[in-house]
Design a binder for this molecule. Structure first.
Ligand code: CA
Length: 517
């Protein structure tokens, strides 16, 4: 391991030899007249994570980062000038009809053997990283009662069952007042169903229903499904109560206690790293995301895949502009076609709302130096590492295969997190540049900062500082290995993430492209 002394002399990162813009690394940015080690002189001040022109770029010229075109200059850009978002015209999205398919499928990397974690084996073959009692719902109407019951279960029952990590209410806004037979209603319905099958709930999820709603309990739990235990009472309908609220709480608590007794019998056992199902996501991205945190995740993703695990990446609007790079890496035509199908579905979904993928970038992204969705996408897909893409799952669908999986979801943090939980992830990793306290109740969330400045400002929220890559204090490879070991520690319960320690979690937010009534 080579340690390079960090100094405040002007530094930039260039990611590809074809790039004609570079990104400023220094925490405070650089002032006008700053001289970089290669002799490049800034002609104006440039903030951290923003771009500097490496050469004179004429009006209409290509602006390249990651070796790809991120825009066309709307005016002459001088060498050493700050390249801003309003000086670039965004390229159009790659047409889906003429994508390269499976023409650059990476060869499998040598297997990694002997890596394990301590997990909870489930009856359906999956493995949990936590032992949680999940209580799901068929409709929002029950939320107030269930939240009240869960608070009492936590306070009065949970202390008696020390081997159970938590009790979680799976509350959501679906279930009634919705067009339940609409064309796209299968997405929220299968999401609710598959959330209850998440490996961290041990196949012991319960259902609380109101009684008269459109989404019926039978649609949430199916008979003959080995991933949920329906051999004992699993459902309570509030409208069955004959003695009001008090009876509802008593009934829910009694039902919960039967499951707590079962869950409390469970113990962790040593399982291969192949049982990990990691969901990767980014939020509050900046121009460092694609330089530090996401490449480290990509390296760790390759390691997990070599160990036989399942790794998911997501966020349709953040891969759409780089889709040609993914279809090239698809393991076979079926996978490539499935990628195209998901992009096409989403293009039409956005079109219906008279929007396109450019609606994705936020003011914070732009302040963080990301000019447009093309640049954001190129930085986002770096998370997927260098392995072949082995499969695709649709929104709310449960993953079955191993390897690198594209899980099609919106990029919204909570919607993506919810859909990755439904896909069956038992561990989540989240990279952030601008900073977010994001967390999930059903799976541990490892938060990785793209910049050291953020990691230092939020030492009790950020688990891993990937900014060390930009300042030369760690390599991508070193951080990738560090993440790999950290994942196994968190999965084993030896390490608790900050979000877990503070019990920070966002709501379950369903993706419902169908009408409500
Ligand atoms: Ca996101």
């Amino acid at each position: 391991m080579q340690l390079i002394e960090h100094s405040d002399s002007p530094r930039y990162v260039r990611l590809h030899e074809a790039d004609n813009v570079v990104v400023v690394v220094n925490d405070q940015g650089v002032t006008e007249g700053s001289v970089f080690p290669d002799g490049l002189v800034t002609v104006e001040g440039v903030p951290q994570s923003h771009k500097v022109a490496l050469v004179d770029i004429p009006k209409g010229g290509e602006v390249r980062r990651y070796g790809q075109i991120i825009g066309y200059a709307l005016e002459d850009l001088r060498r050493g000038s700050w390249v801003k978002e309003n000086q670039l015209a965004m390229p159009s999205a790659p047409p889906l009809a003429s994508l390269p398919m499976c023409d650059a499928v990476p060869a499998p990397l040598p297997p990694l053997e002997g890596f394990t974690f301590e997990g909870y084996r489930n009856a359906d073959g999956t493995v949990g990283t936590r032992n949680i009692l999940g209580i799901t719902t068929t409709v929002q109407c029950v939320t107030g009662v269930l939240d009240h019951a869960v608070k009492r279960i936590r306070e009065e029952l949970l202390p008696r069952y020390p081997h159970v990590d938590d009790v979680v209410a799976l509350t959501h806004s679906y279930g009634c007042g919705v067009a339940i037979n609409a064309r796209d209603a299968y997405i929220p319905i299968r999401t609710v169903r598959n959330l209850a099958r998440n490996p961290n709930l041990g196949g012991e999820a319960l259902v609380i229903s109101l009684g008269c709603e459109k989404l019926q309990a039978g649609q949430v739990m199916h008979n003959n499904d080995p991933s949920v235990d329906l051999s004992e009472p699993w459902l309570y309908r509030l409208q069955d109560a004959s003695h009001g609220f008090g009876e509802m709480i008593e009934q829910i608590m009694a039902l919960a206690e039967t499951r707590l007794q079962k869950l409390d019998q469970r113990r962790r056992e040593t399982v291969p790293a192949a049982e990990l199902i990691l969901g990767m996501q980014c939020g509050g991205s900046d121009a460092f995301s694609g330089i530090t945190a996401n490449p480290a995740l990509g390296y760790a993703s390759d390691l997990l895949i070599r160990a036989g695990a399942t790794v998911m990446f997501s966020e349709v609007t953040e891969v759409r502009d780089a889709i040609y790079m993914l279809t090239s890496r698809a393991q076979n035509q079926d996978v490539a076609q499935a990628l195209v199908r998901e992009m096409d579905w989403y293009d039409h979904y956005l079109e219906r709302g008279a929007a396109d993928r450019s609606a994705n970038t936020t003011p914070g992204n732009k302040k963080g130096g990301l000019s447009n969705i093309v640049e954001k996408s190129l930085g986002s897909i770096v998370k997927s590492g260098s392995s072949a893409i082995n499969g695709v799952v649709g929104p709310g669908e449960r993953v079955t295969g191993k390897g690198l999986i594209y899980c099609a979801t919106p990029a919204s943090d909570f919607v993506c997190g919810t859909l990755q939980l439904a896909a069956g992830m038992n561990l989540h990793v989240f990279t952030t540049g601008r900073g977010t306290p994001y967390g999930l109740a059903m799976a541990p969330v490892v938060k990785v900062a793209t910049r050291t400045e953020l990691a230092q400002r939020w030492p009790d929220l950020i688990d891993v500082d990937a900014g060390r890559i930009a300042t030369g204090r760690a390599t991508i490879e070193e951080l990738g290995w560090e993440l790999f070991h950290y994942y196994l520690d968190v999965a084993s319960g030896r390490q608790r993430t900050w979000a877990e320690q503070h019990k920070l979690h966002n709501d379950i937010v369903l993706f419902n492209p169908a009408p409500i009534t």
